[in-house]
Design a protein around this ligand. Sequence first.
Ligand SMILES: NC(=O)N[C@@H](CC(=O)O)C(=O)O
Ligand SMILES: [Zn+2]
Ligand SMILES: [Zn+2]
Length: 424
Amino acid sequence: MTATTLHGVQLPDGTRTDLHLANGVITESAPADARIVDCHGLIALPGLVDPHTHLREPGREDAETVLSGTEAAARGGFTAVCAMANTQPVTDTAEKAEHVLDLGLNAGLVDVVVIGAISKGLKGEELAELGLMNRSRARVTMFSDDGMCLMNPQLMRRALEWVRPFNGVVAQHSQDSFLAGPGACCHEGELSGRLGLGGWPPVAESTIIARDAMLAEATGSRLHVCHITTAEGVEVVRWAKQRGVQITAEVTPHHLLLGTEELTGYDTVYKVNPPLRTPEHIEALRAALEDGTIDVVGTDHAPHAPQDKDHAFVDARPGMLGLEQALSVVIETMVKPGRLTWAQVAERMSHAPARLASLADQGRPLRVGEPANIVLVNPDRTATVDRAQSRSLSRNNPYHGRTLPDPVEATFLRGRQTFARTDS
Ligand SMILES: NC(=O)N[C@@H](CC(=O)O)C(=O)O
Ligand SMILES: [Zn+2]
Ligand SMILES: [Zn+2]
């Protein structure tokens, strides 16, 4: 593999330097035959780490494969993605976890980190093989029934106890379906009434977060709150952190940018769980990402085939794409308004998610000796999103037609270029 020198690149702390990439790591100096890339005006961030991706393989390869999903990830600046367990079959055994790991290794574009199911078949009844998945080649440390809220508090407690010896983490999709209105498919509020759609009240999220935070405290285990969407939920996380609970929270790009007003045309691309919220909630999420109450950005990249989206709003599958525009949305909503520095973007999108998933070789600082996992960012470039250009096999891109930052110039996984912009 040829060595590369990123000449004159800006580091997250604002300093300018030459970064030499050779043999998979950042080196002190470059060999004589190194390719030199002029990086003036570009920023190097540590490769992004997505703690929450749906890759759909095995089972729904018409919507996404590990290859197509990881191509989308590399294009978005990611060098690692954590693959959710709600595939068909569900990732609930060591063998299935190793299968997903191997699909990722074969694709070779980003590190595919396997998330195991908490319960067998995501049914919420019996614990899955947590210990065996952890001891498998996939070395699973994160467990989630995402797609479903793990309702049974006894099972939640036992899952938290199980992961403690290996410092694992339980990631919850916090949505109490008993509190949802009939046919709930959007935020409960003035608009759901006007549109005649059933709603999810914010309290359906915050009460589950509060319950799980208390269980995490009682067990001394790590809890991760997936895709938080409400001001009340953020308040509970803030309170739990003050108590010393080992809790982390995640926000998606779409919940940072998009609100309930998108729903007025009943376009099912905007149907997602948890639902898009109102401006007060969106502002609470941005403020919490700014002050660190929300630790990480997770895409919740959820590809769906047309036949699963082309339905009445209430019947369509929830979920939207996120990998390719995640950094675009964070720049638009957080960097441009001066709410996050580049070092803080690196923290929320690389360092912190790597710690969450216990990844030793991801989310590392850009220093000599560290793995050469890097995304090159052009902070000034913008483009109009075209869903037809996506690397994903699916087209449920909620940013289609919007002009947004288009920052990713190139992505390097252990020094090897996994994405390069070709249209400039
Ligand atoms: N976010 C969604 O609306 N859908 C996700 C599941 C999930 O993240 O809950 C999916 O798998 O499609
Ligand atoms: Zn979810
Ligand atoms: Zn999800």
